[in-house]
Design a binder for this molecule. Structure first.
Ligand SMILES: Cc1cc2nc3c(=O)[nH]c(=O)nc-3n(C[C@H](O)[C@H](O)[C@H](O)COP(=O)(O)O)c2cc1C
Length: 342
């Protein structure tokens, strides 16, 4: 989809033109980060946010960056705070039937269905590639059953990855995914079980498809989440009026991109006030200004998703934009402005 010319581009191009944001740097200098403003967890300062100009609070959102190999031909992956890879399951998944991607007025719909070659392939092919880079590796894990989630976490426990991100919020699979992410009791149980097998800090990825996101956030933290990431996509639909049928073979899919940013920002704001663990904010981030809004709402870090499809340089442009903003406003550390909105 790289290089695609979104028909709806004009609707959101004005803000994109300034510099595709992406809140750079929360994860800090991967291996060599100073933990100055990192948030301590039971693992110590795993959240290597770093300090000052070396603070790297931005990364990529799962499913929009592959494992970084293709983007790595265009941008320096070492500049990213973290790469969050596409959802990884215990066995290969073939995903949903095509068509499974569509453009919308301000973003896109997808019904990929977590297609992936499985955890063994990830360990053999993607992990060695990523490890050559000075960036944190966050592995998004998925499953149809609790046992499958646990199996992936257990398989990765001794691997050289920095964090797991538990996807209990995908709208594109019938079992697992969203079904695990909307009931607080189930959320707590799933997180606790996966936490037991995980060898790395565990972030839990939340769905916006709930009445009260803070209730789910608290449940995830009760279950042992070390961090939360939000939001995943919102279920949406598009109809081809000429063929008189849904554009996506699955009829509905996950809506992402700039159009969902106000929803994401509001939810990040609410969750940051409800829990103590770090929040990775995402949902529609496309410029450095967008990223800064998430930081001011309280996010400890931000992730760029759909914007990567439209502009493969989005992440680094956002990093540069944030750096410029910090210099202009004499801000030594993003901690100075994180969560400043009452
Ligand atoms: C094509 C596509 C694939 C995605 N795959 C995953 C996935 O495997 N796991 C996951 O947790 N989220 C997945 N997401 C959700 C994104 O990580 C992100 O949460 C969401 O798109 C909102 O951010 P954005 O508006 O910046 O894209 C996917 C999104 C898109 C567009």
């Amino acid at each position: 989809m790289r290089g695609t010319c979104w028909h709806a581009r004009s609707a959101w191009q004005p803000s994109m033109g300034k510099a595709w944001k992406w809140c750079t740097g929360w994860w800090g200098r991967a291996r060599s980060s100073s933990p100055g403003c990192g948030i301590m967890t039971r693992y110590g300062s795993w959240g290597p946010w770093g300090t000052g100009s070396r603070c790297r609070r931005q990364g990529t959102a799962s499913g929009t960056f592959g494992s970084g190999r293709e983007y790595g031909e265009l941008i320096d992956l070492d500049r990213l705070g973290a790469v969050t890879v596409k959802g990884v399951s215990s066995e290969p998944w073939k995903g949903n039937p095509a068509p499974r991607i569509a453009e919308t007025q301000s973003g896109m719909l997808n019904s990929i269905g977590l297609q992936n070659p499985g955890v063994e392939h990830f360990i053999e092919h993607d992990l060695p590639f990523l490890r050559q880079h000075d960036t944190k590796i966050i592995v998004n894990i998925c499953g149809h059953t609790l046992a499958q989630y646990c199996a992936v976490a257990e398989r990765l426990a001794d691997c050289d990855v920095d964090m797991l991100e538990l996807n209990i919020s995908c709208p594109n699979v019938e079992e697992g995914g969203l079904a695990f992410g909307t009931d607080p009791h189930v959320v707590e149980r799933v997180v606790r079980a996966v936490r037991h097998y995980a060898g790395q800090p565990l972030a839990v990825k939340l769905s916006p498809e709930v009445a009260d996101i803070t209730e789910i956030a608290r449940a995830a933290v009760s279950g042992g989440a070390d961090a939360l990431s939000l939001i995943n996509t919102l279920r949406g639909m598009k109809i081809d009026i000429h063929r008189r049928r849904p554009v996506l073979a699955s009829k509905a899919g996950g809506c992402s991109g700039p159009g969902i940013m106000p929803v994401a920002l509001r939810m990040v704001y609410e969750v940051c006030r409800a829990v103590e663990v770090p929040v990775i904010g995402m949902g529609g981030i496309a410029t450095f200004e967008d990223a800064l809004e998430f930081i001011m709402a309280g996010a400890a870090a931000v992730a760029v998703g759909t914007a990567n499809f439209h502009n493969p340089y989005a992440t680094v442009e956002i990093i540069e934009g944030i750096r410029g903003y910090m210099e202009e406003n004499n801000i030594a550390s993003l901690e100075r402005i994180r969560g400043i909105i009452d």
